[in-house]
Design a binder for this molecule. Structure first.
Ligand code: CAA
Length: 258
């Protein structure tokens, strides 16, 4: 499959990578780019040889947001009748983990799609922000919800209402990202995390991801019951039998992802 706005490869065993590739527009998210991202991510998700995915941009920009030049010509009804970015980047619905490798600008929709990923690895130059307020609009791909849950109300308000940007170090301090690495190391750090997940049972990883994401959607009691159900599903898998036998026999497990 060849794409116009993204690059797709497998940087390590079991790891699929989607790279936004519109450098002249700082990887601004136009509609065809978003369609390509969706297609490539779904293809990796359906590929039994892939255990985890990386979504990234380039060193200068993860993505500088939704494409303002494309939106400029659109009416309210045009926007209403197209898939929202929230639906387009519903990475929680994928069974495999998605790690955002973020360098440079992660602004507006760019910040929001990073937040929609399961984990974020940032380069020391990463800059997170929601500058929509400067355009007379507000975040429309999850920023008001996910930033508030991740950072709390006060800081989310400041970021969204006043265009306060977060540096990589601040994002780490506030728990928005998993780790920060120097510019020439952040991709390896993301690949390393992806590989660690990809080496586990895909059944268990998928059930665990689903249960963690449920914590954002529900009360504690409902979440605990949901976790219990996923735990019992895992208990019925071949990989549970293999994992426990391998431990007792002091060998590495051979997952069949069943
Ligand atoms: N949409 C379309 N084009 C964009 C873009 C965007 N979001 N961001 C950057 N570009 C384009 C610029 O227009 C420019 O193109 P030309 O060379 O053809 O003029 C090119 O990328 C390089 O950008 P700059 O010259 O502006 O680069 P800079 O280094 O001086 O500044 C920047 C970088 C601070 C990120 C600046 O480009 C900027 O402020 N971009 C817009 C950021 C923004 O407002 N994002 C939110 C978008 S709205 C949104 O995302 C809504 C939502 O929630 C879904």
């Amino acid at each position: 499959m060849s794409y116009e706005y993204i690059l797709v490869d497998r940087p390590a065993d079991g790891v699929g990578r989607v790279r936004l590739n519109r450098p002249q527009a700082l990887n601004a998210l136009n509609s065809p780019l978003m369609d390509e991202v969706n297609e490539a991510m779904l293809a990796f998700n359906d590929d039994a040889t892939i255990g985890a995915m990386i979504l990234t941009g380039d060193d200068k920009a993860f993505a500088a947001g939704a494409d303002i030049k494309e939106m400029d010509g659109k009416s309210q009804i045009d926007m209403l009748m197209t898939d929202s970015l929230v639906d387009r980047f519903d990475f929680a619905a994928l069974t495999k983990p998605v790690i955002a490798a973020v360098s440079g600008y992660a602004l507006g929709g760019g910040c929001e799609i990073a937040l929609a990923c399961d984990m974020i690895v940032a380069s020391a130059t990463a800059l997170f922000g929601q500058p929509e307020i400067n355009l007379g609009i507000i975040p429309g791909a999850g920023g008001t919800q996910r930033l508030t849950r991740a950072l709390g109300k006060a800081l989310a308000m400041e970021i969204i209402l006043t265009d306060r940007k977060l540096s990589a170090e601040e994002a780490l301090r506030y728990g928005l990202v998993n780790r920060v690495a120097p510019l020439d190391e952040y991709m390896d750090a993301a690949i390393s995390i992806a590989q660690k997940a990809a080496r586990r049972s895909q059944v268990a990883v998928s059930l665990a991801k689903d249960a963690v994401n449920k914590a954002y959607e529900t009360t504690l009691a409902e979440g605990l019951a949901y976790e219990r159900r996923n735990f019992l599903v895992a208990f019925g898998s071949d990989d549970k039998v293999e994992g426990m036998r391998a431990f007792i026999e002091k060998r590495r497990p051979q997952w069949t992802n069943r």
